[in-house]
Design a protein. Structure first.
Length: 139
């Protein structure tokens, strides 16, 4: 059986997958060290680059910029310009991005059960209420 590794998504994004297995394909997108951390931070209401960079894991700047670009290409994040001079942007999850919440909840539940001394997941996150949306404010 031959398998064409290049798969085109419904949005026309070329993705390289190592196999047709859905778990393997998910890991091809999300299995790096930082993408789900960025998604988590967006879910808790962080919207600005600086806020995302200042998280407890301290994502390196070059990696954060790369991940935000890829997440936007995949249709998971929208980049919203909120200031013209100098240009400033906020990042917000799309509906597709919000659909990752149950995945992060499952990971959080597993960690809290099997890895002692972890943070408790906030109730609003457990109840799948969306994070507060970005409301531009002038600086």
């Amino acid at each position: 059986m031959s398998y064409d590794r290049g798969i085109q998504s419904a949005e026309g994004i070329d993705m390289d997958h190592r196999s047709p297995c859905p778990i393997s394909s998910f890991l091809d997108l999300w299995g790096d060290k930082w993408s789900l951390i960025v998604i988590r931070d967006l879910m808790v209401g962080k919207t600005r680059y600086k806020d995302l960079a200042d998280g407890p894991e301290t994502v390196p700047d070059s990696i954060l910029a790369n991940r935000l670009k890829k997440l936007a290409e995949w249709g998971v994040v929208d980049k919203v310009r909120y200031h013209d001079r100098p240009p400033r942007y906020a990042y917000v999850l799309t509906e597709k991005g919000e659909s990752l919440r149950p995945v992060l909840l499952a990971m959080s539940d597993w960690s809290q059960t099997n890895l002692p001394s972890r943070w408790s997941t906030p109730d609003w996150f457990k109840e799948a209420r969306p994070a507060p949306r970005f409301a531009p404010e002038e600086e």
